[in-house]
Write a new protein. Structure first.
Length: 210
């Protein structure tokens, strides 16, 4: 993606944190008819050497998974906090009027060659981990064992697993870092007057200001 150095974020921990907070990634690959994309939830892991691995699953009925067997590189896009930035929030507007609207956002792009698996043990482990992550805040977390064993087994037969060893990654946090301190303060104040999504974006702008 297009980068300015002031927005670039290469820190692995920051990228992983964004993915874990926003696990619905858009997987993009090349097929005979052109580009194919599907949003699916991912798990992200890293080993002691810093190797990043993405894991997910697709419905067996989704033809996208057959494209992922071709040994070609795919891209997974994760989107973090984002939102419109009004030029009316900038202090510069009051002094020169030389301002325009923009959009702030955080995003992580990860590339790798996917491996497709139909191993039922691997798939069950993936589903167990996905469920544990996303049920963790429920008063009574649902587990795979709460459903009949034959029902889960039938569902596992209906999916295929995807594992991507990440070979390239980029992070971008466009959070008004190229504006003056007064303009950044105005952006934060403007966002603080908004909804929950704008509050989250304000938090990011605040963390990123110098």
């Amino acid at each position: 993606m297009y980068q300015l150095e002031s927005f670039r974020e290469d820190d692995l921990d920051a990228q992983i944190a964004l993915v874990r907070a926003n696990p619905l990634g858009l997987i993009v690959s090349q097929g005979p008819q052109g580009l194919v994309a599907d949003p699916i939830p991912f798990l992200i892991d890293t080993d002691e050497q810093g190797q990043v691995t993405l894991r997910a699953h697709l419905s067996r009925g989704n033809p996208h998974w057959s494209l992922l067997q071709a040994g070609q590189e795919c891209l997974v896009v994760f989107q973090g906090a984002e939102g419109y930035i009004s030029p009316g929030w900038y202090e510069t507007k009051r002094h020169t009027g030389k301002v325009v609207p923009t959009w702030n956002y955080a995003a992580v792009h990860m590339w790798g060659t996917p491996t497709v698996t139909q191993d039922s043990v691997w798939l069950r482990q993936l589903l167990t981990e996905l469920t544990a992550v996303h049920e963790g805040n429920q008063p009574q977390p649902w587990r795979l064992d709460d459903a009949p064993a034959e029902y889960i087994a039938a569902n596992i037969k209906g999916i295929v697993g995807i594992e991507i060893a990440v070979t390239r990654r980029e992070g971008k946090w466009k959070m008004s870092q190229n504006r003056s301190a007064a303009d950044i303060a105005g952006v934060i104040d403007g966002l603080r007057a908004g909804d929950d999504c704008q509050q989250q974006l304000a938090d990011e702008v605040e963390r990123r200001r110098g």
